[in-house]
Design a protein around this ligand. Structure first.
Ligand code: CO
Length: 136
């Protein structure tokens, strides 16, 4: 059901200094930058192999990532797995009793369709499933 790791999401307080670390120091190509208002973040994607690092700066304190930063500070936020059909994957996970944060997929970065699973069902790891947009 889960095809591969699509990205690892990292919460950052300052997007530009985080980009400097990942792009300049760690050498990952920056491939996308976007305000994802649906998720309350400004985010970038950097390529690493077939997967990505997603850096997330909150658009405000009263957003999920803003609250995460206030509570835990910058660091690992979530792991995202690619699926071919996010609606079918969500249904299959719900059927197995996995607690869902999103019962319906919503828009994610770069026109993907995403849904989050509750960490209480995934060993304490906030888990995202993502159906990437068709690449044209
Ligand atoms: Co993500």
């Amino acid at each position: 059901m889960l095809d591969r790791i699509d990205h690892v999401g990292i919460a950052v307080a300052d997007l530009d200094s985080a980009i400097a670390l990942y792009e300049k120091t760690l050498g990952m190509p920056l491939v996308h930058r976007e305000k994802v208002t649906e998720q309350g973040v400004e985010a970038v994607l950097l390529d690493v192999g077939d997967g990505h690092i997603e850096l997330l700066e909150p658009l405000g304190e009263d957003t999920p990532v803003g609250k995460f930063l206030a509570k835990k500070g910058p660091g690992l936020h979530h792991v995202a797995y690619a699926v071919s059909d996010v609606t079918a994957a969500l249904a299959a996970l719900a059927e197995q009793g996995v607690a869902l944060i999103d019962s319906e997929p919503r828009r994610g970065i770069r026109d993907s369709r995403v849904a989050f699973l509750h960490p209480k069902s995934t060993g304490g790891v906030l888990t995202e499933i993502v159906q990437p947009a068709e690449v044209h």
